[in-house]
Design a protein around this ligand. Structure first.
Ligand code: SF4
Length: 350
């Protein structure tokens, strides 16, 4: 019998998905990422992966998401995918920069092991912007090859798109480009300063919430025209057009337990990456506050609450954000997974 002090006791019955941050090693050095501060040798061992996969199933998880760092650099990944399949996970997801998936033999090994879906991290709108953000020449080209191979392999293909200031105006066209490449689902993630990225230019990449509404309106509309599902994370409903508010994903809807090497496991919505503040103005009078994780501290610090207003009533055409949530396809990230800020408390990065 589990002791009352077992930290997992509180999670029983609250978990659908397990995210395993397999390690901090990466083959890119993204401007918005804190990995420059993290030890790339820090990782979950093969035994850790096996143990957590077992624990996840006992807690009720039926989906597992492998993230990082860059999870394809962990040599135990194919084995862990196979173990997940044998343990009864129905959805086995890989979140990746796509570099290694450009090589069909490696992707074939993962597919053979049981991988069901791939989420590619997209941080630019073309080769120059994407490669610059990743600080890795050729990354966009490899991403494109990865997308083609994933589709050829018959796996579900998603994209996690990082919302930055320069990308916003290009987002609608990027949506069409990704749809042409066979992406079936898009998740827009708002860039964050969380985790202290090592690039002084990063704060200029963070758009104020008040700038999101129009480009996201157009992006959601184009995604719909292309038959691609689209949602957004870290974009409070008041920052979206009324007809888009049900696109907002409250991280708690994933029922996602995150395991990061060297830290205690945590539910995604407990991360400072996800949970923000509810200032009296505008949140005090907001009708959907319960379904909103609030405003990130950096947004409040940089921009205040300009352009935001409380939501007076649930949108009419669809269910209100937080009242009858859309079922998330699965956890995703526009950047790649979660890493702790300087390896202290569990954090997510973007
Ligand atoms: S609770 Fe606050 S941040 Fe969330 S939608 Fe309402 S006003 Fe916006």
């Amino acid at each position: 019998m589990r002791r009352a002090s077992d930290p997992l006791v509180r999670l029983a019955g609250r978990v659908d998905w397990l995210e395993l941050v397999v390690g901090f090693a990466c083959n890119c050095r993204c401007r918005v990422c804190s990995s420059g501060f993290l030890d790339p040798r820090t990782r979950l061992s093969n035994d850790d992966l096996a143990a957590w996969l077992g624990r996840g199933r006992k807690l009720g998880a039926t989906g597992v998401w492998f993230g990082g760092g860059e999870p394809t650099l962990h040599e135990g990944l194919p084995r862990a995918v196979e173990r997940a399949l044998n343990l009864g996970y129905r959805r086995i997801r890989l979140q990746t920069n796509g570099l290694r998936l450009a090589y069909p033999e490696y992707l074939a090994a993962l597919r053979q092991a049981g991988l069901t879906e791939v989420a590619l991290s997209v941080k630019g709108w073309d080769a120059r912007s994407h490669d610059d953000m990743l600080r890795r020449a050729g990354a966009w080209e490899l991403l494109g090859r990865a997308a083609a191979h994933v589709r050829e392999a018959g796996l579900q293909l998603e994209a996690d798109v990082l919302l930055t200031n320069p990308l916003l105006s290009r987002l609608p066209r990027l949506v069409e480009d990704l749809a042409r490449r066979g992406v079936e689902r898009l998740t827009f993630w708002l860039v964050s300063l969380h985790g202290a990225p090592d690039d002084d230019d990063v704060p200029a990449l963070v758009p104020p919430l008040g700038r999101l509404r129009r480009p996201l309106r157009e992006a959601f509309a184009r995604a719909a025209r292309c038959g691609v599902a689209a949602t957004s994370l870290h974009t409070p409903p008041c920052s979206l057009a009324p007809e888009d508010r049900d696109r907002y994903l409250h991280a708690g809807r994933y029922r996602l337990l995150v395991v990061v090497p060297g830290n205690d496991p945590f539910l995604a919505e407990e991360s400072p990456m996800e949970r923000g503040e509810h200032p009296a103005e505008p949140c005090g009078a907001c009708a959907i506050r319960e379904g909103c994780l609030g405003l990130r501290a950096e947004q409040l610090r940089l921009f205040g609450t300009a352009g935001l207003a409380p939501v007076a009533a649930p949108p009419r055409r669809r269910a209100a954000a937080g009242a009858s949530p859309p079922r998330p396809s699965g956890p995703g990230d526009g950047t790649s997974g979660r890493t702790p800020e300087r390896n202290r408390r569990p954090r997510r990065r973007a």
